[in-house]
Design a protein around this ligand. Structure first.
Ligand SMILES: Nc1ncnc2c1ncn2[C@@H]1O[C@H](COP(=O)(O)OP(=O)(O)OP(=O)(O)O)[C@@H](O)[C@H]1O
Length: 481
């Protein structure tokens, strides 16, 4: 077993029990020898006690440092190990296996060092204690010889007890230091046990199965901050989004767009105010219910490993034809492609992977580009037919042509759903029903793009104008001006 293993079950109780046993044994020895030998023995023990204490203090400090070094050296080892396993095909493709092997061995060496020196420190302690103990036994011998009043039996008793003190003290110090180290694990568990719990998964009464029926979103005096000691990120937002409305959210980086999107899913809780969806306060809805009813397509979608089918149809609810239809609508397969499951391996080599629902999806969807992952999320949203869809720069990683196609798909497929899109491209939201412009957590403009574009003093006008003459003209045309 690793000497530094901080396991509470395995080491803490053992260290604790043995520390008590050896402490009691030490106290009994000191008391017995002092009673038997009188004041000279007691004084000698006190002086030597200080010397033992000094050695033990140094040992504890060195052991603590070794442990800290061990933890520090362990993280790079774990991270290089994880990265190598995850990127093994890429490393092999670039012939970098031996470089990573060397790096790994260097990390292993660095991590082994503190363990090696921990043993060195243990030997240092043993040597010091052996020297001190030899001195103690020698001194006891001298005192017994120099004190004629001590009987032979008492002298023998004192000498035999003092002889055992070395071992007792050595084990006591090691056990106390081990106990101190094991306490770190206890400290961590205490810290975790005091963490605030996530809100409940389900809250009774649960929302009706048909919720949200219309997709009306209302924010009333919404204030959000990430932690009590941090400043507010969103300040007193008040707005209402009507059923089926398409709203684009714009704003410079750090203006609070993502925070607003996250707040609909209670990834961050409202500090003040409330959000209602179809008149139901979302803080009264359990997290599982809330997150299964609304759909988000995040900036960097996370996809679990499995097959294309399990990615798109997590709960096995849809027919293959429905899944293919969704893939067609997000243009991952051509719209004229027949539904098919490519079984033959030779055929599969050149086939579009999205035409085979058994195509493997690696951990985190690593075998797909970010754009493809976003399109897969969108296909999932189409299957779910969510009434409320939030997209966080969902089309930022796809080219213009695909972006436009997706835009068309969204308008067709989610015509009756409320959509909030955080967009970097003005083209994406120019034909939306309304655009919301955020600045430092406040809504500065919230109106139809045509209205804002007609007002040359609006910030939205400024943003569009800054895209350049031809793009500005195009935006105006797209907005219907
Ligand atoms: N997890 C977090 N903890 C603390 N503060 C955060 C956290 N996430 C964001 N913030 C702060 O909240 C503010 C708004 O950030 P947010 O990500 O919502 O902006 P954004 O408009 O979406 O920016 P971007 O366009 O770059 O994504 C920033 O000042 C940021 O520092």
């Amino acid at each position: 077993m690793n000497q530094n293993d901080p396991g509470i079950d395995s080491r803490l109780s053992d260290h604790f029990g043995r520390s008590i046993i050896f402490a009691l044994s030490f106290i009994i020895t000191v008391v017995s020898v002092s009673l038997a030998g009188g004041l000279p023995f007691f004084i000698a023990i006190v002086i030597l006690g200080f010397m033992y204490f000094d050695v033990a203090k140094n040992y504890a400090r060195a052991a603590r440092d070794m442990r800290r070094l061990d933890s520090v050296a362990r993280s790079p080892l774990y991270s290089i190990y994880g990265e190598t396993i995850a990127g093994a095909p890429i490393l092999r493709a670039f012939g970098a296996s031996s470089k990573f092997m060397r790096d790994m061995l260097r990390c292993v060496d660095t991590n082994t060092n503190p363990n090696y020196w921990q043993w060195g420190v243990n030997r240092w302690l043993s040597t010091r204690f052996d020297v001190l103990s030899a001195t103690t036994v020698g001194l006891t011998g001298v005192i017994t010889v120099a004190t004629p009043s001590i009987s032979a039996s008492l002298a023998g008793f004192a000498l035999s007890f003092v002889g055992g003190i070395t071992f007792t003290l050595l084990v006591l110090v090691r056990r106390v230091v081990g106990l101190e180290q094991a306490m770190v694990a206890l400290e961590r568990i205490k810290e975790y046990s005091e963490l605030q719990r996530e809100p409940a998964e389900y809250i009774e009464p649960r929302p009706p199965a048909s919720w949200p029926e219309h997709g009306v979103i209302k924010c009333e005096n919404l204030v959000i901050r990430y932690a009590p000691e941090l400043p507010n990120v969103l300040h007193n937002l008040n707005f209402e989004i009507l059923p089926g409305e398409k709203v684009g959210i714009l704003g410079r980086t750090g203006s609070g767009k993502s925070t607003l999107a996250l707040s609909f899913f209670r990834f961050v809780e409202a500090t003040e105010g409330r959000i209602t969806v179809d008149d139901l306060d979302i803080s009264t809805v359990g997290l599982s219910d809330l997150r299964s009813k609304l759909t988000i397509i995040p900036q960097d979608p996370t996809i679990l490993s499995g097959t294309l089918r399990s990615t798109l149809d997590v709960f096995d609810e849809y027919e293959d034809t429905e899944i293919f239809e969704a893939l067609r609508r997000v243009h991952l397969i051509p719209s004229d492609a027949a539904d098919e499951v490519v079984e033959d391996e030779d055929d599969a080599i050149n086939a579009n992977v999205f035409r085979n629902l058994e195509s493997p999806v690696s951990e985190g969807g690593e075998n797909f580009s970010t754009g493809e992952k976003q399109l897969l999320c969108m296909a999932r949203a189409i299957l779910k037919r969510s009434k409320v869809l939030v997209m966080d720069e969902a089309t930022a990683s796809v080219d213009y042509a695909t972006d436009e196609l997706i835009g068309k798909t969204i308008r067709q497929e989610f015509a009756n759903s409320t959509i909030l899109t955080i967009a970097h491209r003005l083209r994406t939201v120019i034909d939306y029903d309304r655009v919301m412009l955020l600045d430092q957590g406040k809504i500065v403009e919230f109106d139809r793009p045509t209205v804002l574009l007609s007002d040359s003093s609006s910030q939205f006008y400024g943003l569009c104008e800054a895209t350049g003459e031809s793009e500005f003209a195009m935006l105006k045309r797209l907005a219907g001006l």
